[in-house]
Design a binder for this molecule. Structure first.
Ligand SMILES: Cc1cc2nc3c(=O)[nH]c(=O)nc-3n(C[C@H](O)[C@H](O)[C@H](O)COP(=O)(O)OP(=O)(O)OC[C@H]3O[C@@H](n4cnc5c(N)ncnc54)[C@H](O)[C@@H]3O)c2cc1C
Length: 391
């Protein structure tokens, strides 16, 4: 019997993890990506494997998703991670007031936090400001974004998935009220082609609203919400340093190899492809980071970059939008078959997002195939062979 066919649009974390899940469930999978692997937001994150602490007070659904996936990914993608831990630190009375609610919320979300003596925190992280009033450990870790995406892509490819890189989806093929494939163009040669599928999966992150509109569905509102990150040319901490208060600008410092990355801001845009890096935001983040690690002031800025969060639209805006993910079956939202959109979420929840998407696709097609990605060992990121040739 022929395998069911799935075409996935987008090879960010979500598309690569979904390719892995569907390949294991017996699908013939093709991923179409207009750039290289991790071309979009996935290639430009802080690389923080969230403990969930950041969301524990105001967004508990996301916090629980983060801690559950954080613990699972430690075993699955150890090659992509530095299991360095994190600290939440209080600098003033407002932070101390927040700490009481935060500790209780972390307990409710099963996030293991432990208060440590300020002297101990400073011994671990001598560049931290000596003004800290309280410190708590959390199971944060850091990941290499490209390796993380390639690990899932390599495993999917080993299990038969094809990756058409530098190939842009320009339209959807519709027959009798259902999406049956994609029309695409190879960006290097200009060659056009069509790919047919039993189900098309829209995993285009901040671009997901545009693909949904190709199917005439304007009900999926994705709010591209960019943030600016600034890299400094010294590894000024070994753990992830988080300011212990409501999530805000410049309140995370993430060590990445021999640098630190300060993040991030949050604002909304309509056009995702050309988002500028605003100098006033870079300066503001530097000032926030100096409050946590004064040595930032004397450290050379290595670069500033930005990416857009694919947040699911609602009447809320910016930081008040939940960081959880959602999978849409367009049969339900717009009466059109053959198309599923997955968006929202975080890098930390890529596997769970893929599981939810593959469950939705299987249910649509009447296929019974359990998810295996919680235990299935992943291949090395080094095994990804690059773009597959057209047949
Ligand atoms: C500033 C910032 C910092 C972040 N830091 C963290 C962090 O530290 N930890 C964490 O867990 N999460 C973090 N996140 C969130 C996380 O990075 C995103 O949730 C995740 O990368 C989204 O992945 P995705 O695959 O859904 O989207 P993307 O990575 O954007 O992938 C979508 C892909 O679709 C492709 N595409 C679009 N249109 C088409 C088309 N027409 N044809 C073919 N391909 C197309 C794009 O090229 C892109 O590669 C951060 C987000 C931001 C904005």
């Amino acid at each position: 019997m022929d395998k069911p066919k799935a075409v996935i649009i987008g090879a960010g974390f979500t598309g690569c993890a979904t390719a892995h899940d569907l390949a294991l469930r017996g699908f013939d999978v093709t991923v179409v990506e207009r750039g290289p692997i991790a071309n979009g937001t996935s290639g430009r994150t802080h690389g923080l494997l969230h403990s969930g602490g950041r969301y524990a007070v105001d967004d508990q659904e996301s916090a629980v998703e983060c801690i559950e996936e954080n613990l699972l990914l430690r075993g699955l993608v150890a090659e992509c991670l530095e299991q360095n831990g994190g600290l939440f630190v209080a600098l003033d009375e407002s932070d101390l007031e927040y700490a009481r609610r935060w500790v209780q919320s972390c307990e409710r979300c099963n996030i293991p936090v432990e208060q440590v003596d300020v002297k101990q925190a400073l011994a671990w992280e001598p560049n931290l400001t000596s003004k800290i009033l309280a410190a708590y450990t959390v199971p944060d870790a850091t990941f290499d974004p490209l390796r993380l995406a390639l690990t899932f892509a390599a495993t999917a490819q080993t299990n038969g998935a094809r990756f058409r890189l530098f190939t842009e989806v320009e339209g959807l093929i519709e027959r009798n009220g259902a999406i049956r494939g994609v029309r695409c163009q190879e960006r290097t040669t200009g060659k056009s082609s069509e790919l047919y599928a039993d189900c098309v999966i829209n995993a285009t992150g901040a671009w997901a609203g545009k693909i949904a509109q190709m199917a005439g569905d304007a009900t999926i509102v994705v709010k591209p919400t960019p943030g600016v990150m600034v890299a400094y040319d010294q590894r000024l901490c070994n753990r992830v340093i988080n300011r212990l208060n409501e999530p805000g600008d410049g309140d995370i410092i993430v060590p990445q190899r021999r640098m630190v990355v300060i993040g991030t801001t949050s604002f909304e845009v309509d056009e995702v492809d050309y988002i500028p890096v605003f100098e006033d935001q870079v300066q503001m983040m530097r000032e926030c980071a100096i409050q946590l690690i004064p040595a930032v002031a004397a450290t050379r800025q290595r670069g500033a970059f930005m990416a857009a969060r694919p947040l699911i639209g609602s009447s809320a805006s910016g930081r008040s939008i939940a960081r959880t993910f959602k999978c849409f079956d367009h049969q339900e939202t717009h009466g059109i078959g053959g198309l599923v959109t997955i968006t929202g979420g975080k890098a930390t929840t890529l596997r769970a997002m893929a599981e939810k998407t593959a469950d939705t696709v299987c249910a649509k097609l009447g296929i019974t195939a359990p998810c295996q990605t919680r235990e299935y060992p992943l291949r090395s990121y080094r095994e990804f062979r690059g773009s597959d040739a057209y047949q």
